[in-house]
Design a protein around this ligand. Structure first.
Ligand code: AMP
Ligand code: ZN
Length: 511
């Protein structure tokens, strides 16, 4: 099976062909979080879609080497100007945490020196890794074996300095009168190819917002910072251009080249990364390597909206994974909710949507358990799940049509009544084969096996079933107080039950 993937560089759907088709190797660089705070669910939408792309490639036989950076320096508050203006987000975090410490509002789990930017970065990096692991993001598991797959820019300063030097040597970069090293965008004719921003448009648009002093020293307002000498910056390193720090765009170019090679197969990020971040990465990398391409396929996830608008702390609709887990949702349901809308459309996060995903995940989990329990039972023919694998994968291979793939899966799942005892058929496959087909499809969605890996997701399904049975016999014996007690016990562990003529069913409560 082959993957059709939309390439944001060519703005076309393309048949995915890797650089090394014979060995079925894929190199994949994903822009990761800047660790100045907990990652929010919008960030995770971008990371999860990259993970679904990776899993889809793996499901059709590719071996994917994925790198995701964890930015711990140089991402400025005004990076939208491609200029390196504003303050370093890590330094802003240290000020925020130091103030919180003074006023006694530093959260008790932040057990670090709030004035030390590297300690702050490492604290939020670990929180990110924990959350990403709960959500089944595979690159985090790979990094347990090879830590370089989650690189921190502060460990690659020598490589960045040598990339800047080579760009200065090739006249693609220059030292301006303020001592800052800038990339000369006019030296790279393809600047603007990814974002569609022409230099003329940039001159009259974004460039106009750059401070007059900075404008004056740059050859072109769109020239962007590679290295900034700054003796006051808390995080600074010696360089041929003075003690200072690297530009954010440079970091990704440098780490991608160092860890994956001059030209890579796929590069991912959120839609806001297209300009200036990825546009600048392409310019630097192509000029430094002398290659025509930096990444052959560019994959961008559109923004997650919440309740139809921007997620904002003031509106009270700003969520981290931890916030939603506290409300009773499991990481598996959160994962499903964040991947189910096509990555090239805005997704609208609502609590109702999350509740629906929770119900769906719980149903799949119960089915997985039931198929396992009755694994030896023979069925007629191949069974609905086995018959669905091809359609499921074909949908995923059409530019990651997750909703279509889930549609096929749901149809197959609806053939099973998990509260009944299965009748034995006379075919040569069993319910265990059905279970394996379910797992094969889930290897792409990545929700069923999260139960074991997520520390917060410890629902004991057999305990729930036992309590429901005990409650039924209490009711049969007219022991109403015991029956009510059990209902409350279930409520206390976040489970609501519903009685009907078909029996008792349960759902997880998401507040
Ligand atoms: P940052 O930590 O700010 O560097 O962002 C990390 C990643 O999250 C980037 O790839 C952003 O494009 C992406 N991102 C930020 N906000 C959202 C959002 N609301 N929806 C989807 N992706 C987002
Ligand atoms: Zn990046």
């Amino acid at each position: 099976m082959q993957l059709n993937l939309y390439n944001s560089l060519t703005r076309k759907m393309e048949l995915f062909t890797p650089i090394d088709p014979e060995n079925k190797q894929v190199t994949f660089y994903s822009c990761g979080p800047t660790v100045y705070d907990y990652a929010h669910i919008g960030n995770f939408r971008a990371f999860l879609n990259a993970d679904v792309l990776r899993r889809t490639l793996e499901s059709i036989g590719y071996d994917v080497k994925q790198v995701m950076n964890i930015t711990d320096v140089g991402h400025m508050t005004e990076d939208n100007l491609a200029d390196g203006g504003g303050e370093d987000k890590m330094e802003v975090a240290t000020v925020r945490l130091q103030e919180a410490k003074k006023s006694g509002t530093l959260p008790s789990d932040v057990d670090i020196d709030p004035g030390d930017p590297l300690a702050v970065a490492e604290f939020y990096a670990q929180a990110f890794i924990e959350d990403a692991k709960s959500l089944g993001i595979r690159v985090v598991d790979d990094a347990k074996i090879d830590a370089s797959l989650l690189p921190r820019p502060t460990n690659y300063i020598p490589q960045m300095i040598s990339m800047v030097q080579s760009l200065v040597d090739s006249n693609n970069a220059y030292v301006a009168s303020d001592g800052v090293v800038y990339f000369d965008v006019e030296s790279f004719p393809n600047y603007g190819e990814l974002s569609g921003n022409t230099l003329d448009a940039l001159r009259s648009g974004e460039g106009g917002r750059v401070s007059k002093e900075t404008q004056a020293v740059k050859r072109n307002p769109a020239d962007f910072m590679l290295w900034k000498p700054d003796a006051t910056h808390v995080m600074r390193w010696p360089s041929p251009w003075g003690d200072g720090y690297p530009g954010w765009h440079l970091e990704c170019s440098s780490m991608a080249t160092e860890l994956l090679g001059d030209v890579i197969d796929i590069h991912s990020g959120g839609e806001d990364n297209i300009f200036p971040h990825h546009e600048c990465e392409i310019a630097q990398s192509c000029c430094a390597s002398g290659c025509d391409s930096f990444a052959n396929y560019w994959f961008h996830t559109r923004f997650l909206l919440v309740d139809g608008g921007k997620m904002s702390k003031s509106k009270g609709n700003f969520y981290t994974l931890r916030d939603l887990v506290e409300k009773g949702a499991t990481p598996a349901a959160i994962r499903l909710e964040l991947i189910r809308t096509h990555y090239r459309s805005n997704a609208n996060f609502t609590m109702q949507g999350l509740k629906d995903s929770q119900r769906q995940v719980d149903r799949w989990r119960r089915l997985a358990q039931w198929l396992c329990e009755h694994g030896d039972v023979k069925i007629d023919g191949d069974g609905p799940l086995q018959n669905t694998v091809q359609n499921f994968k074909s949908a995923m291979c059409e530019d990651l049509n997750v909703a279509g793939a889930i549609g096929f899966l749901s149809e197959a799942v609806s053939n099973y009544a998990v509260d009944s005892v299965p009748e034995s058929g006379c075919g040569c496959t069993t319910l265990r084969d059905e279970y394996n087909a379910l797992l094969e499809m889930d290897s792409v969605l990545g929700v069923l096996n999260l139960c074991d890996t997520a520390c917060t997701d410890s629902l004991d399904v057999s305990k729930i079933d036992c309590l429901i049975e005990e409650r039924l016999s209490a009711r049969e014996n007219k022991d109403w107080s015991r029956a009510d007690e059990i209902r409350d016990e279930l409520l206390a562990i976040g489970i609501a039950i519903k009685d009907s003529s078909d029996g008792t069913t349960w759902t997880r409560i998401v507040q």
